[in-house]
Design a protein around this ligand. Structure first.
Ligand code: PLP
Ligand code: COI
Length: 369
């Protein structure tokens, strides 16, 4: 990794350029009334430059708009990029909070290490979110279960065609008002089990939040849509037997005797929603098991009545129950449960995120002040 000069450790002072062509109040209100997911963007974005010789510099808040790239920019050829996803929530008192941003900062650093990109210090990361929210605070919706989805990302901007880590990188933050990720809201999901494609393998990039993993998931996700499923589940690349994760979410199984089971692997993304749910589960007296889970264990567990629920979790998905997992050879249908653990965990998690439930773990962080 290149050595960063001492100046990179200085406090960042953001230069703010207001967007003269910002959306009108009416335009914004119309978008916020029905935001969908990831279709509309706020008026500003954050941009911080990094170079091998100058470290992190030129922090800016500027009007949202196209990024100029040299056609030889390394990211366009070798996909050296990483990103994050977290949300800002409007509380009843009007304030704006986010959830465990230090965990997203740490994951961005781990992803960056894997992709030979520079590590953005945690305080720069949190400051970048604060800067954007302070410019675009009016974009945080207030209707129930809506939020502002924040997408920090970083990529190799240096123009050259040799294959090596870039010496010029930019970090950006954009934001997009969000309703439910799935059009059916929290209707139980149908999941396609991919056996033909894998997402990541041992020693690969699976644990990093990098575009390549999502590119690898797209044909399998298309297969899911063709089979009327909303998401795809990937199995391990070596044996094709063990659960990994969905295209954009982690997976959890719930047992009759109060255990939360979730796959352990070095090729899945360490979800912050997952980690929070496991903590909330332990607080309730559930046992949590992060270990290899085979597809046979899931099927046999449902047949015997031992596994009673399955759900998907992630920032975008929050917690969404799974109704069925299927492909040409496998069909696992989850039983109907009177009081699903998934929905009560969802209620508690979103309660903390929106300030309705006491934040006993100190997870929420104010961004608008
Ligand atoms: N797995 C993948 C592949 C994801 O894209 C996401 C979403 O970010 C997750 C898991 C869940 O991570 P988190 O809960 O931090 O959003
Ligand atoms: C997120 O939940 O933040 C993701 O990146 C997943 C994607 C499905 C939007």
């Amino acid at each position: 990794m290149p050595i960063q000069l001492p100046m990179a450790q200085k406090d960042l002072t953001f230069a703010v350029t207001r967007n003269e062509n910002a959306k009108t109040v009416e335009e914004r209100e119309q978008i916020l009334a029905d935001p969908g997911f990831g279709q509309h963007f706020t008026d500003h974005m954050v941009d911080i430059c990094w170079s091998e010789w100058g470290g992190w510099h030129r922090p800016r808040v500027q009007p949202y708009g196209p990024i100029q790239l040299d056609p030889a920019a390394a990211v366009l050829h070798y996909a050296q990029e990483v990103f994050e996803g977290l949300k800002a929530y409007r509380w009843a008192d009007g304030s704006v909070r986010t959830f465990r941003p230090d965990a997203n900062a740490a994951r961005l650093q781990r992803s960056a290490r894997r992709l030979a990109l520079p590590e953005l210090p945690t305080d720069y990361f949190v400051d970048s979110l604060r800067q954007l929210i302070q410019a675009d605070a009016d974009w945080v919706p207030s209707a129930p279960e809506t939020s502002l989805y924040i997408r920090p990302f970083m990529f190799a901007k240096e123009a050259f065609l040799g294959v090596r880590a870039a010496k010029k990188v930019n970090y950006y933050v954009i934001a997009s008002p969000a309703g439910a990720y799935f059009t059916g809201g929290i209707q139980p999901l149908e999941i396609w089990l991919s056996t033909h494609y894998t997402r990541a393998g041992h020693g690969g990039m699976g644990a990093a939040k990098t575009g390549g993993n999502y590119a690898a998931s797209l044909v399998a996700q298309q297969e899911a849509y063709e089979n009327d499923c909303q998401q795809v589940l990937f199995l391990d690349a070596e044996e094709g037997k063990y659960l990994e994760e969905l295209g954009g979410m982690n997976v959890v199984l719930v047992t009759r005797d109060g255990r939360l089971l979730t796959p352990e692997s070095d090729s899945i993304l360490e979800g912050i929603t997952l980690d929070s749910i496991l903590q909330l589960g332990r607080d309730r007296g559930f046992t949590t098991e992060q270990r290899r889970i085979s597809i046979d264990e899931w099927r046999e567990g449902v047949e015997s009545g031992e596994i009673v629920e399955a759900f998907a979790c992630g920032t975008a998905a929050v917690i969404t129950p799974i109704r069925q997992l299927r492909n040409a050879d496998v069909e696992i249908t989850m039983p109907e449960v009177a009081e699903p653990v998934s929905l009560s965990l969802r209620e508690e998690l979103t309660g903390i995120q929106y300030g309705r439930v006491e934040d006993r773990h100190g997870w929420t962080v104010r961004l608008d002040a």
